[in-house]
Design a protein around this ligand. Structure first.
Ligand code: F0G
Length: 423
């Protein structure tokens, strides 16, 4: 075996087959691999391959995420291989000429979650899981439901009632997951699911599962490969439960140690102002973390008590990283700009672009820096918020409301010439 499960706090190890992802000291376990010889050439030689599983932008990096997993246990759609867009006028708005947008909404279920899920679900499948379970603000649940369907393993998902975007609930139902709405928020669901996993014998697929974190590292590996292994100055992304923050710091330091890149980019993790315990903790040099009662229009990151706090702190420190927060108004404006560029993303995703603009204004990011901002979920995940914005409910300055006319050429001509009186 080349992988161990290790407690970063007390150094205890656990068998690879364990389904208890917290050490007895309560710290989440990490998956740690023996160093392997890999190279840019190895990963580049797999680009464009069509055979399973190297056609996946996750399993292309198998040596770095789950080297021991037998190939016949890999559950892959395939996932990853997401575009890295030049940001055009989004960059102009944010104040950075060399801005790129890595769009994880182009994964099979429409968010980055598929990357961690293919690895953790495969690990559970290989170890005889009877049922999958997760708590979720929506995207994780869609991915769990989908990979459960692929494996033929029943999935149970716990989501907050009245705070989960419609697209995501639709997916969970359509893929056949037992969908449980909790009277409470994500943090309540997260606490319940940990008890449920151990008491009811369900296999936990939240990012507490160290194999989720391993899979999410490939967002970094893939974007570095797309940049021809030239590290950008900054990597910017939205942060909620801090799985990505944890995974990205690991990936970047590993890529550097393996010689895939010659310097470590800085990370900027961006929270929504009403759900920003990690940002508040950063401002106090991470001395402690205070859970908050979460609020934000960006329901994906409406999280007040992130599970992966310590892991994420290590990642921020290892990358000379920064944590900030942006208001809902700024998130929605950034979303309107990303959407109007013809790309689009769900609200939480656009916290990253709002964060870039904020840090250019503050002088931390220079206009000449190279920056990659992550878009974590697809525009169609949360059509309600987009419609409400364009109907003026949030008072934003980029509204594009629909007009209703009689079916006459005259009325249409008035719309086309811009002289109509919108109804
Ligand atoms: N962006 C989107 C679209 C998300 O769905 C999430 C998390 C994040 C960002 C934050 O990532 O938790 O790794 O810091 N969604 C989880 C879910 C919580 O249940 O779908 P994180």
């Amino acid at each position: 075996m080349t992988t161990r499960l290790l407690c970063p706090a007390c150094g205890n190890t656990a068998p690879l087959t364990t389904t208890q992802f917290r050490c007895a000291c309560s710290e989440p376990l990490d998956a740690v691999h023996e160093p392997v010889a890999v190279s840019r050439q190895l990963f580049d030689s797999r680009l464009g391959r069509t055979e399973f599983p190297y056609d996946s932008g996750v399993w292309r990096f198998k040596e770095l995420i789950h080297p021991d997993l037998p190939m016949d246990k890999v559950l892959a759609r395939p996932e990853g291989n997401t575009p890295l867009f030049r940001a055009g006028k989004v960059g102009t708005w944010a104040g950075v000429a060399n801005l790129r947008l890595k769009h994880e909404g182009y994964n099979p279920t429409g968010s980055f979650k598929d990357r961690g899920m293919t690895v953790a679900a495969s690990h559970g499948y290989a170890n005889g899981a009877n049922a999958f379970v997760c708590a979720s603000t929506g995207n994780t649940s869609a991915a769990v439901a989908s990979y459960g369907a692929l494996a033929g393993i029943p999935a149970v998902i716990l989501i907050p009632e009245n705070a989960t975007a419609m697209g995501k609930i639709s997916q969970a139902l359509a893929y056949g997951a037992r969908t449980v709405q909790i009277r409470g928020n994500f943090d309540d669901a997260m606490s319940l699911v940990q008890d449920a996993a151990s008491e009811l014998g369900l296999y936990l697929l939240n990012s507490l599962n160290p194999f989720r974190v391993q899979g999410q590292k490939t967002i970094m590996f893939e974007l570095l490969q797309q940049l021809n292994w030239q590290a950008p100055d900054w990597i910017v992304f939205p942060a909620g439960n801090l799985g990505n923050t944890s995974a990205f710091g690991l990936a970047l330091t590993e890529a550097h140690a393996l010689g895939l890149i010659d310097r470590v980019p800085r990370m900027l993790a961006v929270q929504a102002a009403g759900s920003a315990p990690f940002s508040a903790s950063f401002a106090e040099d991470f001395r402690s973390i205070e859970a908050v009662s979460p609020q934000t229009v960006a329901t994906a990151i409406r999280i007040g008590n992130p599970v992966s706090f310590n892991r994420a702190v290590r990642s921020i420190r290892a990358t000379n990283g920064v944590v900030t927060h942006v208001s809902d108004t700024d998130i929605l404006e950034a979303k309107a700009i990303v959407d109007a560029f013809g790309i689009g993303a769900e609200p939480a995703s656009c916290a990253s672009v709002a964060g870039v603009r904020q840090m250019v204004d503050r002088g931390l990011i220079a206009p000449g820096d190279s920056v990659v901002a992550l878009l974590t979920g697809h525009l169609l995940k949360d059509p309600d918020t987009t419609l409400r914005y364009h109907q003026g409910e949030y008072g934003g300055g980029h509204c594009n409301p629909p007009v209703t006319i009689d079916a006459t050429l005259e009325a249409l001509a008035a719309v086309v010439s811009g002289s109509e009186n919108p109804q």
